[in-house]
Design a protein around this ligand. Structure first.
Ligand SMILES: NC(=O)c1ccc[n+]([C@@H]2O[C@H](COP(=O)([O-])OP(=O)(O)OC[C@H]3O[C@@H](n4cnc5c(N)ncnc54)[C@H](OP(=O)(O)O)[C@@H]3O)[C@@H](O)[C@H]2O)c1
Length: 283
């Protein structure tokens, strides 16, 4: 699995990670989810993304089961809900997440989206958690450039490590300003929902046919082409969620080979990035 520097942290992180939103369900589905996560770790998909919001904590418990005995191999990420993101609320939410995950430290803790609590309070709590050893790095999610700048200025003695945002072929607005800003500032950009959910390119659409052609030429699948494309830029990562082994294996095969300049140009034509600034998209 290809790794790259996670922003300015000096830590190498796999370009493809594993999401956990909606991984909870029946006992059988959860067993498959745990198997998928563990197989993903075997294949080097060691960046595991979860949040206190997912399944109201259940996703964290499932992630905790998946990483049992393997904590050291994993770059573990969770998120505080904006409604909990006061100073004290962030500290307590982190404690609960650590308990559900069965660990004493997160690698990265994110504010899930902008909160009504002042960003200074949340970031002060993040710094306390870093100083206390409960988290290694602090970050945000669903933040545009101005919000990122506010979070950066609120941090007094640590740097903002990451911003997790929506990024798929139908939502490329972050390529205009947010990605260049984060690259310059050493902030890792983690793209979520790489397959676009309902906006996944249909095989019989013109864009779908372009992807099929590229996939065929490389002996890869369309999803592998998409993940490869979405991680082509420095400092940009992706975290597909897979609930079964076959999907995890397929996603793991998205790196270790390169799209050509012509492939990238063809994807750019079929799924153009906006030509003017657009508001930050989120789910
Ligand atoms: N920060 C935020 O606000 C935010 C928002 C949304 C998501 N996220 C994070 O990002 C992660 C990924 O986003 P997402 O879950 O919204 O969407 P996604 O990863 O783009 O898509 C997940 C869907 O794709 C399917 N899938 C995955 N790999 C596949 C494959 N190889 N072949 C066929 N189907 C495949 C999954 O099915 P199966 O489950 O059946 O494998 C699932 O239905 C989340 O799980 C979460 O951790 C963060």
């Amino acid at each position: 699995m290809t790794q790259k520097l996670f922003g300015g942290t000096a830590v190498q992180v796999p370009v493809i990670g594993q999401g956990t939103w909606m991984i909870e369900g029946s006992a059988d589905a959860e067993r498959r989810g745990i198997d998928a996560l563990r197989t993903g770790i075997d294949l080097g998909l060691t960046h595991i993304d979860t949040a206190e919001m997912y399944g109201t904590g259940r996703a964290e418990e499932i992630a905790g089961k998946a990483i049992t005995g393997r904590r050291a191999e994993v770059f573990l990420v969770s998120k505080v809900l904006p409604s909990n993101a006061s100073y004290e609320g962030t500290l307590r939410a982190c404690e609960r997440s650590l308990q559900r995950l069965g660990t004493d430290r997160l690698d990265l803790y994110l504010l899930h989206w902008e909160s009504a609590h002042p960003i200074g309070e949340t970031m002060r709590a993040m710094e306390h958690l870093i100083d206390n050893g409960q988290i290694r790095f602090a970050g945000v999610s669903n933040f545009d450039v101005k919000q990122v700048q506010a979070a950066q200025s609120a941090l007094r003695h640590h740097k903002l490590a990451s911003n997790q945002v929506l990024y798929h072929l139908g939502e490329r607005g972050i390529e205009r300003k947010l990605i260049p800003y984060c690259q310059a500032e050493g902030i890792a950009v983690v793209g979520y929902t790489p397959f676009g959910r309902a906006k996944f390119p249909r095989p019989d659409s013109p864009g779908g046919r372009v992807l099929e052609g590229i996939a065929k030429a490389h002996g890869r699948s369309v999803r592998q082409v998409i993940l490869n494309f979405l991680t082509r830029l420095d400092g940009v990562f992706t975290i597909p969620k897979a609930g079964n082994l076959e999907h995890t294996r397929e996603n793991a095969g998205a790196t270790g080979w390169a799209l050509s300049a012509e492939d990238i140009a063809a994807i750019d034509r079929a799924f153009p990035a906006p030509t003017r600034d657009v508001p930050l998209a989120m789910l």
